[in-house]
Design a protein around this ligand. Structure first.
Ligand code: PLP
Length: 452
């Protein structure tokens, strides 16, 4: 590999690059880690360390690294027609083909795609278009969105407002008006003596209480991640989403599933909504849609919502220069083709996820782990001060960071949110990689526990 002057690059990075979701002063002192190569399940840093990426970049590299076909699809499209827009009564072929493919893949009658550059923009899109949907039906007051505290829907004004991260709300005067939040479903911390299934119903009924408090004629939509990712992979009990769906139907509140993480096989199903057996009216997508090889997001609307937008909505005053960018949609098509033709989602569900669940449960036996939760190819280990008690560390996050850094030293990338160690590997993992995860994670848990 070509020689890289790491110290100089770190210095330049500290001087000129503001990193997202980082304490930039602390990072400048420590020096950023520079990644240089990816192949299959592994990435390499500039110092030559080979790392098992158990987080798929940022929940996105579902196909694994280094698939030449995606690069070739991008190159072909760039050479043939690098760009054209979808504004002036025109569009490009891969964008049409991708809209068709998404209509086919997503559940029920989610048949209509609006393209964006990111998951955040997809969530901005649904906020605006869903409000428009109600407004053109003479219900402009039906404009409130309900999300969840600690939910994550991106970083734009709307995305961060729909999300319920207190730290994000503190910066920039959020949330914007007419967005409300209910408590998330997190049995480990909040379930008390209820069984997970009983708790799922209780947690879902918080939505009903909130709708009744605000008035059903004011509530436009409920938005949620099928599995709450960023906050710590909160996997709701199976009763939760069914009850949420019932409530949304009863009060004519649109159900929006933010599938930015769960979409494209993360749970072993193509979409998290299928894992929980629900049919949303609107879905947002990003990340796995291109396996992270190129930026792309989409909002999917069902026939009812799209029908109103098309036939009563007039001109849609919404769109990005790169909505339906041909290179991005060509790469997405190639990504989906490979996921389908190589049976990667099916194989993850039937072969890898069950073995991963087995070994993840073994990690759950470690004295530092209070809960090992997993759904398909996404999970978390909840680190606790006292095994057997559903209680957090007094200083939350310290042990998680320690464990994350120890894992990194041992050649394993896991993410830490507070003291939850998050897992979201590429779907192409084999049993060997699951075993490697187990060995490295167990060693890292041991070493972390030894320092406490
Ligand atoms: N929604 C969810 C559930 C996410 O996890 C994320 C990003 O992590 C987003 C939305 C925002 O997507 P993006 O970072 O592409 O804007």
């Amino acid at each position: 590999m070509e020689h890289i002057d790491i110290t100089r690059l770190q210095h330049l990075d500290a001087e000129h690059h503001l990193h997202p979701f980082n304490d930039n002063a602390a990072l400048a002192k420590k020096g950023t880690r520079i990644l240089v190569k990816g192949e299959g399940a592994y990435v390499w840093d500039a110092e030559g360390h080979k790392l098992l990426d158990a987080f798929a970049g940022l929940w996105c590299v579902n196909l694994g690294y280094g698939r030449r076909e995606l690069g070739e699809a991008a190159s072909r499209q760039m050479t043939q027609l690098a760009y054209y827009n979808s504004f002036f009564q025109c569009t490009v072929e891969p964008t049409i083909q991708l809209a068709v493919k998404l209509a086919e893949l997503t559940p029920a009658d989610l048949n209509h795609a609006f393209f964006t550059n990111s998951g955040s923009e997809a969530n901005d899109t649904i906020l605006r278009l869903v409000r428009h949907f109600w407004a053109v039906q003479d219900q402009p007051q039906k404009n409130i969105f309900i999300g969840r505290r600690n939910g994550y829907h991106g970083t734009t004004m709307a995305g961060a407002s729909l999300g319920g991260m207190a730290g994000m709300h503190k910066q920039g005067g959020l949330p914007i008006p007419d967005i409300h939040h209910i408590d998330p479903p997190f049995w480990f911390a909040d379930g008390g003596d209820l069984s997970p299934d009983e708790y799922g119903i209780v947690a879902a009924r918080r939505l009903e209480q909130k709708i009744l408090e605000l008035g059903p004629d004011r509530v436009a939509a409920f938005i949620g991640e099928p599995i709450m990712g960023a906050i710590g992979v909160y996997i709701p009990p199976m009763t939760y989403w069914k009850e949420i769906e019932r409530i949304c139907r009863q009060y004519d509140v649109l159900l929006v599933a933010d599938e930015v993480i769960c979409g494209f096989g993360r749970t072993g199903e193509w979409f998290g909504s299928q894992y929980f057996g629900i049919t949303p009216d609107v879905m947002t997508l990003a990340k796995g849609i291109t396996s992270g090889y190129i930026p792309l997001g989409a909002a999917m609307f069902n026939d009812r919502v799209a029908g109103v937008l098309k036939h009563q909505g007039g001109e849609l005053a919404h769109g990005c220069t790169y909505s339906g960018h041909p290179v991005c949609t060509a790469v997405a098509l190639e990504n989906i083709r490979i996921l389908q033709e190589e049976g990667i989602v099916d194989r993850a569900r039937t072969e890898i996820a069950p073995y991963l669940a087995e070994r993840w449960a073994e990690l759950g036996e470690h004295r530092l782990v209070g809960e090992a939760r997993i759904a398909g190819m996404v999970g978390a280990l909840e680190l606790v001060p006292r095994k057997g008690e559903r209680r957090f560390f007094d200083e939350r996050g310290h042990v998680g960071v320690l464990c994350r850094d120890t894992a990194l030293k041992n050649g394993l990338i896991l993410r830490a949110t507070y003291d939850s160690m998050l897992l979201s590997p590429p779907l192409i993992w084999t049993r060997e990689q699951v075993d490697e995860l187990f060995e490295k994670a167990w060693k890292s848990l041991d070493e972390t526990a030894a320092t406490l």
